[in-house]
Design a protein around this ligand. Structure first.
Ligand code: GLN
Length: 190
């Protein structure tokens, strides 16, 4: 199985490193044809406005949407913003893959970046705690009933899934604990 990582801007290298550590093949996605031989896609953190522009430029917006009908997506930070239903920002083109609204830069500016323990719903893959890094992350608002909140920080949702897709407002690729990636890999096999 090969997982693709959108590699037009942002933190794609670290996701590749995480997948390699878990012995998962990965490839970078920069055009529609790169979606042909992958079984899932990660949208990394970065700048959702820039990624919106580049997804349009490289003709990726509609092909990623089509891909998401049949395959799993995992969006971290800016990737989560792109996957959400809306962010109230005209510069962002939301894919609308998960019924959650996002408010950009809602945990503070770059200088307010922080790492702290978040609480997870424990299962066979996840333990009840994860040390998460937040870098100008979004807040998740109006989480609809078809979504499941898997992670919370100070009672606010920070890791959410629906049937096929997963979003985090933090950066699970930073640090040694790769359990959130493992959880996503397990979703692909569900
Ligand atoms: N603030 C960025 C945005 O709005 C996201 C930051 C990140 O991905 N670390 O797109």
């Amino acid at each position: 199985m090969k997982i693709g990582i959108l590699a037009i801007q942002g933190d794609f290298e670290l996701h590749r490193k995480a997948l390699t550590s878990l012995s998962i093949n990965s490839s970078f996605v920069r055009s529609s044809k790169d979606l042909d031989d992958i079984k899932a896609l990660i949208l990394p953190g970065g700048e959702s406005t820039t990624m919106s522009l580049l997804m349009n430029k490289f003709d990726l917006f509609n092909s990623i949407r089509k891909f998401s009908d049949n395959f799993n997506l995992f969006g971290t930070c800016a990737g989560a913003i792109l996957m959400s239903a809306g962010s109230g920002d005209q510069k962002v083109k939301n894919l609308g893959l998960i019924n959650v609204f996002t408010k950009r830069n809602s945990w503070g500016a770059q200088i307010d970046s922080f790492s702290d323990i978040i609480n997870l719903s424990k299962n066979e893959i996840l333990s009840d705690k994860f040390y998460a890094t937040f870098i100008r992350g979004p807040r998740f608002l109006k989480v609809s009933k078809d979504c499941k909140v898997i992670g919370r920080y100070k009672n606010e949702p920070v890791l959410i899934r629906n049937d096929k897709h997963l979003i985090s407002s933090f950066h699970p690729e930073i640090g040694k604990d790769l359990s959130i990636h493992k959880y996503f890999i397990n979703m692909i096999n569900e």
